[in-house]
Design a protein around this ligand. Structure first.
Ligand code: PMP
Ligand code: GLN
Length: 394
């Protein structure tokens, strides 16, 4: 069997969701909303199931969605995109990431990855026979380590994979950080695979800036969006790649060999979603900011130090701040089993040696009552540990 796949574990999101189900825990692990997406988008999908367009759509996506992706690029970022030659619709951002890496990497190439990193990046780079070059951001500020990044680029660098807004850190890369990356990418004649699934989930005035919008970057970036995140419909698995017409044929050929097409009905509904008024996108981030505040304030009230969240679905809490002496994996298991609340250990986002092991990631894309109940359960658990510290295992 394939050795790289045999050596790859089951994703932490599946592992922790199964554990949550087993223990009847509130699942603040895997990042999915517990509320539905916009009614008009769902209605559009239902209608699109019934009007007879149920056969294979065009390989790169239905024209309605490709046009909507191009228009959204123009509306939000001022990017002019040709819907016929510069867009590929995929079955989720997960497929898009793989397709973009396949589009540019040859065996022996190097690909720069930034830790903490989403768990599909590294196995795909390795499966393609390329060599990952890991560069680590350090908590609590997650600042770009410029010297290390510059050192990771070299004559064999083919690409960098950039995730902003970033999972699990909640970091939104600044214009200055992006300019630094753009200079490196140009100097080394490299490409950038830009995982921007949380593009519309930013808070406190932080705005997402696509690397593609920086000078010199238009032809080097493959920019990935996800309807799952933008419309709170994570099960739909509709993603979209925007890239230069010179790159698009290879992305399309990767897609042709992965899934070939994506369900046409969902694509047409996502086109309706992307055309929604600005107020939709504003309220999406405003509502998530309120959920973030509820969970963050609540965790702080329980004694957790939390890291700032500029974007994404996630807040990271320092488990040492409540006196927990074990590591993040033990903590996430223990709160699932005992407090009946699930989180994700942040070490799952590292591949290199000695990652920081005292952070847990909590998803806040949940109903307020659920967040409140989770906080109350965690509070009771912390109280019980204080009352009987020796009974606690860690
Ligand atoms: N990239 C990041 C950073 C993510 O958090 C996720 C999680 N959904 C994905 C990609 C995958 O997106 P999709 O569900 O559209 O495949
Ligand atoms: N992106 C989601 C997260 O980080 C999980 C998606 C998945 O389960 N593959 O929680």
């Amino acid at each position: 069997m394939n050795q790289l796949l045999s050596a790859t574990g089951t994703t932490i999101f599946t592992v922790m969701s199964a554990l949550a189900a087993q223990h009847g825990a509130i699942n603040l692990g895997q990042g999915f909303p517990d509320y539905d997406g916009p009614a008009d988008v769902i209605e559009a999908a239902a209608a699109a199931l019934k009007d007879g367009r149920n056969q294979y759509p065009p390989m790169t996506g239905v024209p309605e969605l490709r046009r909507a992706v191009a228009e959204a690029n123009r509306r939000f970022y001022g990017l002019e995109v040709d819907p016929d030659r510069e867009v590929v619709v995929t079955s989720g951002a997960t497929e898009a990431i793989t397709a973009c890496l396949m589009a540019v990497l040859n065996p022996g190439d190097e690909c720069v990855l930034i830790e903490p990193l989403y768990d599909t990046y590294l196995p795909v780079v390795r499966l393609l026979g390329a060599t990952p070059r890991l560069v680590r951001l350090a908590p609590p500020k997650w600042e770009l380590p410029r010297a290390e990044l510059a050192a990771a680029f070299g004559p064999r660098t083919k690409a960098i994979l950039l995730n902003t807004p970033m999972n699990p850190t909640g970091k939104v890369f600044t214009a200055a950080e992006l300019a630094f990356l753009a200079e490196l990418i140009q100097r080394h004649d490299a490409y950038a695979v830009c995982d921007e699934v949380y593009e519309h989930l930013t808070y406190d005035g932080w705005r997402h800036i696509p690397l593609m919008s920086l000078p010199g970057m238009r032809g080097r970036c493959m920019r990935i969006g996800s309807a799952g995140k933008t419309f709170s419909l994570t099960g739909w698995k509709v993603g979209y790649v925007t890239c230069d017409a010179a790159l698009q044929p290879n992305v399309a050929k990767a897609h042709q060999n992965l899934t070939f097409t994506t369900p046409p009905n969902l694509q047409r509904a996502v086109a309706v979603g992307l055309a929604k008024e600005d107020a939709y996108f504003e309220s999406l981030s405003a509502e998530l900011a309120a959920r973030r505040d509820l969970l963050t304030q609540g965790l702080k009230g329980l004694g957790f130090a939390t890291l700032p969240v500029q974007g994404s679905y996630f807040v990271t809490a320092d488990i040492r701040s409540i006196g927990y002496a074990g590591d993040d994996v033990a903590f996430c298991r223990q709160i699932t089993e005992e407090a009946k609340v699930t989180a994700i250990p942040v070490t799952a986002f590292y591949a290199g040696e000695n990652p920081p092991n005292h952070y847990a990631r909590f998803a806040f894309c949940k109903n307020e009552s659920v967040l409140r109940e989770a906080l109350s359960r965690l509070g009771a658990w912390i109280e019980a540990r204080r009352a009987a510290p020796r009974a606690a295992s860690a």
